[in-house]
Design a binder for this molecule. Sequence first.
Ligand code: NZQ
Ligand code: ZN
Length: 391
Amino acid sequence: MNNFIWYNPTKLYFGKGQIKKLNYELKNYQKVLLVYGGGSIKKISLYEDVIEILKDNEKSFFELSGVEPNPKIKTVRKGIEIVKTQKIDLILAIGGGSTIDTAKAIAVGSVSQNDILDLLKNKYIQKEGIAIGTVLTLSATGSEMNPRCVISDDEAKLKLGLGIWEVPATYPKFSICDPTYTLTVPKNQTINGVVDIISHTLEQYFNRNENNIIGERFAETLIKTMIDIGPKLINDLQNYQLRETMMICGTLAWNGLLRGLNNNGDWASHQIEHALSAVYDIAHGEGLAIVIPAWMEYCAEKDPSKFVVFAKNIFNIKLENKTDQEIAFEGIKAFKMFLKKIGAPQSMKDYKIKNVNIDALVEKTMLGRKTIGQYILLDANDVKKILNIIF
Ligand code: NZQ
Ligand code: ZN
C-alpha cells in the first residue's frame, strides 16, 4: 500500500429528521448566508423549515439564490460581496454539488487577498475561510464531505477546481444528509447522480497501487451497490430505502478514504468531462457516462490488467479460455449495458453539436499539464483520440 493521510473534519448528520441538529450547529454563528439554486428547495418546504430554525435561533440571515448547475464564477462573486459587506460568519448551502461548491468558493474568496479566479487557477492557496454548513438535497458529488469545489469560468469556458485534502478551509463544518430531501430529484438528475457516484469510485479503483486489497474491495462494494440499486431507483424514484443507500454511497465514494487507500486514483475521465461541461454546459453525470466507456476502451487496449479484475469482480465475467483483452472488453461491454439500462446518454453525437473543436477541448482538459491520469498516463494526443471516439 502507499502511505497516505486521511483527514476529514466534516461532521455528518445522516438520516431522517436530522435538520433539527441545525439548532445546535447554529449556536457558534450570528450571521448566515443561505446559498441555494433555482428553487427546488422551496418545493420541498426545506426552505421554510430552515428559515424557521434561523428565526427560532434569532440569527440574521441573507440569501444568495439562483446558483446554476455548473455554477458560474459571477455567482460566486455575488456571494463574496454579501459575505464581505454583511460580515457573514456561516455560509449555509442547501442543495446539490453546484450549490455546495459555490459556498466553498465564496468561503475562501471572501477572506483572501487574492481574486477568486486566481484561487481557482491554484495560483494561490487560501488556508482559512468562512465556516460552511450544508443541507444536501441531491446525492452525487460527495461535496458534502470533501474539500473540493468546481466552478465554471464562463468567459474562458473552463471548469476550474480548488480545495486541498489536508486543509480545513473548504470542508463543510457540518453536513445534514437526510435522504427524504432527495425523493424529489427528477429521473435525469438521479441517473446523473448514479453515474457520478460510480465514476468517483472507478476513478480511484483504477490506480497503480500495490497490495491494495482493502482499497479495491471497498471500491467494488460501492460500485456493486450502485449497480444493484441504480436501475431499481430509476423505476421507483420515491423509494426512501434506495435513496438512503445512494446517499451514503455518494458521500463515501468521495470523502477522502477511498482516495487515501487508492493513492488518489486516475481522474482522467473527470478532467476530460470537465472540459466538455465547461464548453457545452452539459450535466456532469451525462458527460461522464459518455467519457468513461471511451476512456475504458482506450486504456484497456494499452493495459487490460485492472479491467480483468473489474470484469471478474463487478460483472462475474467468466475467465476460462479467454485472453485478458477479451475479458476486459466483456467487462466494459457489461458496464456500457448498465449505463444504457439506466438511461444514461451514450455519445456526444446525441447532442447534435456543430463545429466541434477537439483541439480546444484537449487544451481545456490538459490545462497546461503534460499528462493526466494514473492507471494509464495520457498525453494530449491520447486525450484527442478519446475525444474522437465520443464525437
Ligand atoms: O437549482 P435547483 O432548483 O436546486 O435544482 C437542482 C439542479 O437543477 C436540482 N435539484 C437538486 N436537488 C433537488 C433538485 N431537484 C429536485 N429535488 C431536489 N431535491 O438538480 C439540478 C442539478 O443540481 P447540481 O447541484 O448541479 O447537481 P450535482 O449535485 O450533480 O452537482 C454537479 C456539480 O458538481 C461538480 C460538477 O462538476 C458540477 O458542477 N462536481 C463537484 C465535485 C466535488 N465538489 O467534489 C466532484 C464532482 O466530480 C463534480 O465535478
Ligand atoms: Zn464527478
